[in-house]
Unconditional design. Structure first.
Length: 469
């Protein structure tokens, strides 16, 4: 962790959609908590003035979280604006001027990756990169080769400790709650391993389509959009060993070890799907072969997990919007009778609510020793004052805490795993909106005992400990 806090924030893409939906609300929240007291310099090429940017920020907050009068007044007073082309040296001379006496700025690139090179070059040439950090929005390339190119650009101007690659998913409290649950509870270690766990499945379902982002999505697809980054982070939290220290490098070392233990994805362990009428979306090619659904199997060849398959599926236009993890236990050699004895499971729900559940067998009604399935559930309702993901990651980057950010070796290993299937033409099967993907999943990539489809209604519970998770 760096020992200094950034003394200015420059964010490129200030008039964009990400700034409108996420960044301005995060900045107001940081100011409200007293975590942001430095100048904020927005940069874009929109032909705007500072007053127009302030009006945009106000509109953003009215639609995404609400305005806090005192915090917004401070945000408005802190805002600066530079309008200009990212390839024009004059733009960066203006940024340098707005930085004033700032010695340790943070440059947040909320812009398309194709612009990273020109912006980083101009930051160096103008002197704005001196003593600075750079915060980079995903995607970190589109494959291993482009990720390496991007890293060369960044490392040509900044040292690795000063590069912060944002995956906002790591800023979500429930994602990190998995680490706390695993490493702060002694009972977890006894069974969270290959001796007791038969398989692990991770589902990230969305009940909506591309929502007008067809042009972007048709260049990306589900594997690049959420699996290679978001869901690999979840997998690492589930499979990593306890770090020897809690500093950022020790934690990130353990995550990289997980990815290094995963062989490249084989096409026989992948099913890609596309929801019906996706090709009619604006910006989507009429013959598109981009997947809106993917299910895959990975092996984690570590001492703890060798022989335990990890299944991941994600997609759009599925029955619900929910992200959930299921660890399914092996069957015990029981003498208890049941017409449908179910395997125990541990369930982590990341969204829309946070819950941890233990699926078990209890005695069924009646006097006979017959079992029936039930769940013991611990759930937690989000607090109104909890940090949003972007507030957390931006604040950590400005403080120099890299724990929640992807290191270069992590990015390289993640791309190494999926690169083989990205380079090949694998079939894309059509599926009906509102279903759990194409039928081919059940024939090719399905855990023993089947996928557990998340339900948005409360599960039957032996006990309900609200607020305990």
């Amino acid at each position: 962790m760096d020992q200094f806090h950034s003394d200015a924030l420059v964010f490129f893409g200030a008039t964009g959609d990400l700034a409108y939906k996420k960044i301005f609300p995060a900045l107001q929240a940081m100011i409200k908590r007293g975590h942001l007291t430095v100048p904020i310099i927005g940069v874009a090429k929109a032909g705007w003035t500072l007053d127009q940017l302030r009006a945009r920020a106000k509109d953003s907050l009215e639609k995404h979280g609400g305005i806090d009068a005192a915090a917004f007044a401070k945000l408005s007073a802190s805002l600066r604006y530079v309008d200009g082309d990212y390839k024009d040296p004059a733009t960066f001379q203006a940024v340098y001027k707005e930085l004033g006496g700032a010695q340790r700025p943070a440059h947040y690139l909320a812009i398309p990756p194709v612009l990273f090179g020109p912006v980083v070059e101009q930051l160096v040439n103008s002197g704005c990169a001196k003593g600075a950090r750079v915060i980079v929005e995903k995607p970190f390339g589109s494959n291993l080769a482009t990720a390496d190119e991007l890293n060369q650009i960044l490392l040509g101007a900044f040292d690795e400790p000063h590069i912060f690659r944002i995956d906002h998913y790591l800023g979500k409290r429930p994602v990190n709650n998995m680490l706390v649950f695993r490493f702060a509870n002694a009972f977890m270690e006894s069974f969270w391993n290959r001796n007791y766990i038969e398989s692990v499945q991770i589902t990230m379902a969305e009940d909506f389509g591309v929502q007008g982002r067809g042009a972007f999505y048709d260049q990306t697809g589900t594997i690049r959009d959420v699996i290679q980054n978001h869901l690999f982070q979840v997998l690492c939290n589930l499979a990593m060993e306890p770090p020897v220290r809690t500093d950022s490098e020790s934690i990130r070392d353990e995550k990289v070890k997980v990815l290094k233990a995963i062989p490249p994805l084989n096409e026989k362990n992948l099913v890609r799907g596309q929801f019906r009428d996706y090709r009619k979306e604006k910006g989507v090619a009429p013959n598109s072969q981009v997947e809106t659904f993917a299910a895959l199997r990975l092996d984690v060849n570590t001492w703890r997990w060798k022989g335990v398959p990890f299944y991941i599926r994600a997609g759009k236009c599925l029955p619900v919007t929910c992200t959930e993890v299921i660890g399914r236990f092996r069957l015990p050699p029981t003498v208890i009778r049941s017409s449908s004895l179910t395997k125990n499971h541990l369930r982590f729900r990341i969204s829309p609510e946070v819950s941890i559940a233990l699926g078990m067998t209890v005695m069924a009604p009646g006097e006979e020793m017959v079992g029936q399935a039930a769940e013991m559930l611990a759930s937690r309702h989000p607090q109104t004052d909890e940090m949003d993901a972007y507030e957390r990651v931006l604040g950590d980057a400005m403080a120099g805490d890299a724990t929640l950010f992807a290191r270069q070796d992590y990015v390289d290993e993640a791309w190494r795993i999926v690169d083989p299937v990205l380079e090949k033409t694998t079939p894309v099967y059509e599926y009906e909106p509102g279903t759990w993907g194409p039928a081919e999943v059940r024939q090719t990539v399905e855990p023993e005992g089947g996928w557990v489809n998340p339900a948005l209604t409360p599960q039957p519970a032996v006990a309900d400990a609200v607020g305990a998770a």
